[in-house]
Write a protein that binds this ligand. Structure first.
Ligand code: DAH
Length: 345
């Protein structure tokens, strides 16, 4: 049987060259080199070939087979590379595309105000003290000059845990702990921020849990003038440089004298508006000179040392500052409400 090896080689080469992807080259490989493929059948033809021609025929088939294998493997490599380049091209990330915006959380308005107050005091050299929220009756009341049968206990409805323990009703409890632990390391100049609890019904202006910041200074020669200067600075830092303060006489068992502090209204500047109930003044905190008996109970010589203390409600300041009329807004976890306060950070 005469075979035109040259034209077969050409034909196979063209077939291989024509393959445009990996799946078509695979079917061409089967067609040419597979068990039932063209080269296999050329080999099978050997049986029908005369002895004289067998050698030449065999060499020709082998050479065709080798050429085909080489061409195929080259083509497969080439197609694999093309395939990979295409994939890379498709998967390429366009770094110039604008990224989707990441939403950052914002600080809670109460955190913002608490940190603002803390910063004001820390700049004046105060350090920060914490205390337990489940507190002993002893520090919350007894040491604050409010013994068991004292009528002042009625001023603060209390959640009792057991006979001796309660959820602290005032950060004044921390003040009492500081007085005791620092009585021999005077002077004292601290603020004590923390949550406090009252057995109150929640409404627009009352919450069973809120945040207070206690301030305490004890040294020789501390007077009301020091307290007044401190309060003025606090009021002006929080509510604006133009603010004036007014001290009114009040009563707290742990201070003598006791004061209620008003700040001139930051909304109307003192002319009178709904926020200040047309008085021009807004009450912001309680303060006073630490009662000598409180100093003595903690082991501090009240003939040598004196001090002032103040207690400010963070919710109240935040409500005034941001014009929020319902304290419950702070606790509802309403993202829309909370995200309003970003710009104040
Ligand atoms: N403990 C008081 C309260 O919760 C606030 C207070 C008033 C704290 C006067 C003080 C102070 O340190 O001197 O109502």
């Amino acid at each position: 049987m005469e075979q035109n090896w040259e034209s077969l080689t050409k034909q196979f080469t063209e077939m291989i060259e024509s393959a445009s992807d990996l799946s078509s080259i695979e079917s061409i490989r089967v067609e040419l080199l597979g068990k039932k493929g063209q080269i296999a059948s050329l080999m099978a033809n050997m049986a029908t070939i005369s002895k004289e021609e067998k050698k030449n025929y065999g060499m020709a088939v082998n050479s065709l087979k080798q050429k085909t294998e080489k061409l195929l493997s080259e083509k497969i490599e080439q197609l694999k590379e093309k395939d990979m380049l295409e994939k890379i091209q498709q998967e390429k990330i366009d770094i110039t595309l604008p990224a989707s915006r990441v939403k950052y959380g914002t600080k809670h308005p109460l955190t913002i105000v608490r940190e603002e107050i803390e910063d004001i005091f820390m700049k004046m050299g105060y350090s920060v003290y914490n205390g337990p929220e489940v507190e002993l009756d002893f520090y919350n009341f007894e040491r604050a000059n409010i013994p068991a049968d004292h009528p002042a206990r009625d001023m603060q409805d209390t959640f009792y845990v057991d006979e001796n323990r309660l959820l602290r009703t005032q950060t004044t409890a921390i003040q009492m702990r500081v007085l005791e632990s620092q009585h021999d390391k005077l002077p004292i100049k601290v603020i004590c921020p923390g949550k406090v609890y009252r057995n109150d019904d929640d409404d627009a202006t009352h919450s069973h849990q809120f945040i207070q910041i206690e301030g305490l200074v004890v040294d020789e020669n501390i007077t009301m003038a020091d307290l007044k200067g401190t309060l003025e600075l606090l009021a002006r830092s929080m509510f604006g440089k133009q603010r004036e303060i007014r001290l009114r006489q009040s009563y707290f068992p742990f201070t003598e004298p006791s004061l209620e502090i008003d700040v001139s209204c930051h909304i109307c500047g003192g002319k009178g508006c709904p926020t200040c109930k047309h008085t021009g003044w807004i009450e912001i905190l309680g303060a006073g000179m630490v009662h000598p008996h409180v100093l003595e109970m903690a082991g501090i010589d009240s003939s040598k040392y004196s001090g002032f203390a103040l207690g400010v409600g963070v919710e109240r300041v935040a409500m005034l500052k941001y014009g929020i009329d319902d304290i419950r807004n702070f606790y509802n976890n309403n993202i829309e409400f909370l995200s309003n306060y970003k710009r104040f950070e």
